[in-house]
Write a protein that binds this ligand. Sequence first.
Ligand code: SAH
Length: 491
Amino acid sequence: MKKKNTQDHRHTGSGLPQKNDLILLTIGDMSVGGEGIGKYNGMAFFVKDTVIGDRIRARVTKRKKNYGYARLEELLSPSPDRIKPPCPLHRRCGGCQLQTMSYPAQLAYKQNLIRNQLIRLGGFSPETVEQVLLPIVGMEHPYRYRNKAQFPIGADRQGNPVAGFYASRTHDIIPVQDCLLGVDQNRIVLDAVLSYMRDCQIPPYDETTGNGLIRHLLIRYGFSTNELLVCLVINGTDLPEKERLIEALCAIDGMTGISLNINQKKTNVIMGDVTTTIWGKDSVTDRIYLRDCETFERTNTSVRYRISPQSFYQVNPLQTEKLYSLALDYAGLNETQTVWDLYCGIGTISLFLALRAKKVCGVEIVPQAIADARENAAANGMTNTEFFVGKAEEVLPAFYAGSAPSDMRRPDVIVVDPPRKGCDQKCLETMLLMAPERIVYVSCDPATLARDLRFLCDGGYELKKVRGVDQFGQTRHVETVVMLSHKKPTA
Ligand code: SAH
């Protein structure tokens, strides 16, 4: 924490402070971005890396008309919820916005976030929210949970290859040996790749010139299978002396596949279009277990998934089991129902639903993900699924307007799991027309969730259950699963 100039520009008096002024703040609230909020002469200041209850000295970094931003300069008295963050780089990285908070306080923050968005943006009454909002489902171990890592590769000032993360708002790479959200294997893979680059003098990619070869390192890990997949993104078509890299990587326990992705464009987009496997398999498999929704203990039932490097797959596999088990529970299936799973990715939720449904139809915009979904259904011996490539807001209305004599035009349940921007209005309107008895909404953004729930409730649905599941410990993100039922049960 910088202490310089604490005597300078100290703001006193009743006016509003200017940029660079030092102010005293008590953090009384937190923003959706995970910043602490303190009021100074009535004006709200947002301060990163602070916790409700902290008393701090902060330097104003930006002032707008009605609010401002400030940087933590000195902690005068810590909140009881503050802990010593285990990662020495957490302030520079910015990926773990909540690392200074104890885990129970993080969960309380997320619970509150869901509640507030339902009230403020969804227009639900505090009483309704009180009735439907269940306690958030936390993690047993809120570190080392990610099954996926992505490291940019670059050079340090001396020209040595380094891997790390981009410093906030720049493209300078800050080297890291280890990220505490990732599995231990990441570090071993990183070491092997950097040693190979040093030994064989392979130049890292330079963003400003567009020269150099190695751009990114991607790692995927199957928690239940111990399978590791490594993909190097390169600015070229092949690697020199690649046998040496293959040999070093193959010595790592669980190594399952090594691939090269070719990206020769001068762009911020990480991956190019072509991926070739240079050793082993082109995907990892993982198994997701159904859990009991009271105890969250695993049952014996599970689904197997094949995951290729480009496909979307939930990053926290243990919490995903809880999330999908709740989604399945909320769908209320007994093998007689028809279900749509919109935004289905590689069919993760679809196959869980297919365990208990008569028929499940999935819709997803990425063709490769649908190919994976079909393959995953077959690998699990499921014959009651069908998958469509396209936008949910186009596939669903077309299906509804079509003449297929299908009970899929009047499904019993619709499940949605859209990206952060939520569902397209056309998609929501068609859902209302199809009038399923239940809708299950899985969301990664409580703000768009609240907006869409308002639309569905104005269209004839009732909020029954809302439950947060913490998929992303240490970060400000939260996943929510919601059950809605039709107010007038359809005949
Ligand atoms: N249900 C899946 C994926 C959820 S992520 C799982 O749990 O694994 C959201 C998915 O929606 C992504 O796979 C993304 O490619 C897809 N998507 C984004 N916009 C879409 C749209 N308009 N229509 C259909 N799918 C879309």
